[in-house]
Design a protein around this ligand. Structure first.
Ligand code: GUN
Length: 311
């Protein structure tokens, strides 16, 4: 069996095409485009790539995108100051602080920042107010990556209700909201993590398996029930020849990509899983583009709600 490839680029394009007329209508009535403030702190190369893609998508969508970049030496107070200004601004409807913040800011820095983002502008859905609303299945701004996964499943005709879903990873950004969103769609959900015992056999019970652990190719075919849907949220860049050689045989696509470019992007799911799964998201081109499409959708939603709240 070769798994059906779930094309995240195509679904993301469809979502962005649906957002475009909403952006045009908002701009015509509000007299300004929806505005998104992005705060990027430090030098994390992956974060710079993600933010560049978010800026491009926002501009292509016709939004006002404002990048606030701070050096790795910035303090927590510096970041809180920028967020405070964006909170007070009339032309910024959405605020996104790219995670992770530099380690030097301390373990609690991200929480401190997400605590102060105006929940009405919290297009990442990370503020405690939005998380609480999500827990209770109430209207809110929802975390983009798990919301994108739900869109992908729906638009690919993959049933969720009644299915056994296993989420590997319990992060605030993906694992926990993913589990809640699947639960709210009537899946029977198990959340696994680094201390889970019998991980592979537990995962092999899943009809829908979501891998969000940040460990390259950790999910191998023995984790997967034949015919299951496997969603790979991982995005890991490998630049070590020995690691690549251990994971991929000579002549394989990933090995060839590495030999050409000196590094290769892989997910948390080994590509061999395509021989067991019924459907699988590729990396790149799976979940990544959906996160950005959902950010566009959330920013438009926040803009419309903010203007409506003032009318
Ligand atoms: N880092 C990885 N994913 C995300 C995301 O969805 N939002 C933000 N702000 N940071 C991230």
């Amino acid at each position: 069996m070769t798994a059906r490839v779930l094309d995240g680029n195509a679904v993301a394009r469809a979502i962005r095409e649906e957002v475009a007329p909403g952006v045009a209508a908002f701009t015509a009535t509000a007299g300004r485009p929806p505005g998104l403030g992005i705060v990027l702190v430090g030098d994390d190369p992956a974060s710079h790539v993600y933010v560049r893609n978010k800026i491009r998508a926002g501009m292509e969508a016709g939004m006002f995108v404002d990048l606030q970049q701070l050096p790795a030496t910035a303090t927590l107070d510096d970041v809180l100051g920028v967020v405070g200004r964006l909170n007070a601004s009339d032309v910024h409807d959405g605020i996104l602080v790219q995670s992770p913040l530099p380690g030097a800011m301390g373990r609690e820095a991200e929480r401190a920042v997400f605590d102060v983002i105006d929940p009405a502008k919290d297009v990442d859905g990370f503020s405690p107010g939005n998380v609480g609303l999500l827990v209770q299945k109430r209207d809110c701004l929802k975390a983009c990556t798990p919301a994108g996964v739900i869109e992908l499943l729906d638009r690919s005709g993959i049933a969720i209700a009644g299915q056994r879903a296993v989420v590997i990873g319990r992060s605030d950004i993906v694992g926990k909201p993913m589990a809640l969103m699947l639960l709210h769609r009537d899946a029977t959900v198990t959340v696994c993590h680094s201390r889970t015992t019998s991980l592979a056999s537990l995962c092999a019970e899943a009809d829908i398996l979501v891998a969000a652990i940040g460990r390259a190719c950790m999910v191998t075919p023995d984790f997967v029930k034949p015919g299951a849907t496997v969603i790979d949220v991982g995005m890991n860049r490998l630049d070590d020849a020995a690691t690549v050689a251990a994971l991929f045989p000579a002549g394989s696509k990933k090995r060839e990509q590495f030999e050409k470019a000196g590094s290769v992007l892989v997910g948390d799911v080994h590509p061999d899983v395509a021989g067991t799964a019924g459907a699988l998201t590729p990396v790149p081109g799976g979940v990544g583009p959906l996160t950005i499409a959902m950010l566009m959708k959330n920013t438009l939603q926040a803009a419309i709600a903010r203007v409506a709240a003032r009318a």
